[in-house]
Design a protein around this ligand. Structure first.
Ligand code: NI
Ligand code: MN
Length: 225
């Protein structure tokens, strides 16, 4: 399986069978993404919440690629009204898709749609694909239940925000990684805008000092998991 990071919280997973899954595809408005929405494809798009920097280019991509959009119920109603194919889920629920299993967790944040419509509660995503489990926390502050998420799921890769201001900053993100205890942590949601400037190498050093692994992905970089 491959993971490509576009900056902010946007990433793409390509499974061993070639299924393409986008998470929070904020590309055209994302000043650090080297890729525009017209350059990506998606069989599935998974959304953590309804904010514009996460829904991003979902409508354009999903209409062009006939993607199935997986998101919370309230955001799903909005996107269905926009003409998209949806599969709605909610916090605590999991579903086995053709490519693997998706389970939604809590996240502490907001989730209004850019035009003011109610976007439900934000979620984190636990994804199990090709025998590998990823936890994309979505936008969130630190919360103690992350310990439970780590105990119930053996997390291989934890993707989490470090940019502060709207989400966890580096110091809280280090504690979050210790709670979940993944094999590798990957920082998200930093350096997109001046208000969320953070040094991912500082995050990595702090994790290494508590014996936690970290991989910092460059914007646009793809790695094999
Ligand atoms: Ni947000
Ligand atoms: Mn955000």
């Amino acid at each position: 399986m491959k993971l490509r990071y576009f900056g902010h919280s946007a990433c793409q997973i390509t499974t061993e069978k070639g299924t393409k899954i986008l998470i929070d595809p904020f590309l055209n408005g994302n000043p650090v993404s080297p890729v525009k929405s017209s350059e990506v494809g998606a069989d599935y798009i998974i959304l953590t919440h309804a904010h514009g920097d996460h829904v991003g280019d979902t409508i354009e991509i999903a209409k062009r690629c006939n993607s199935l959009v997986i998101c919370n119920f309230e955001l799903g109603n909005i996107l269905e009204a926009e003409g998209l194919r949806i599969h709605t889920m909610h916090i605590g629920g999991g579903f086995n898709f053709e490519f693997g299993r998706v389970k939604f967790t809590i996240a502490h944040h907001g989730s209004v749609y850019p035009d003011g419509r109610y976007g439900g509660n934000p979620v984190g995503i636990v994804l199990t694909i090709d025998g590998i489990t990823l936890y994309h926390t979505g936008d969130t502050g630190l919360f103690l239940d992350m310990k439970l998420i780590g105990e119930l799921n053996k997390i291989d890769y934890m993707l989490l925000p470090i940019g502060d201001n709207y989400t966890m900053g580096i110091d809280d993100a280090v504690i979050a990684v210790e709670f979940v205890n993944p094999k590798i942590a990957i920082p998200l949601h930093f350096n997109t805008f001046p208000v969320i400037e953070a040094d991912p190498e500082d995050f990595k050093r702090k994790l290494e000092s508590v014996n936690q692994g970290c991989t910092v992905l460059k914007f646009g970089q793809e790695i094999t998991l």
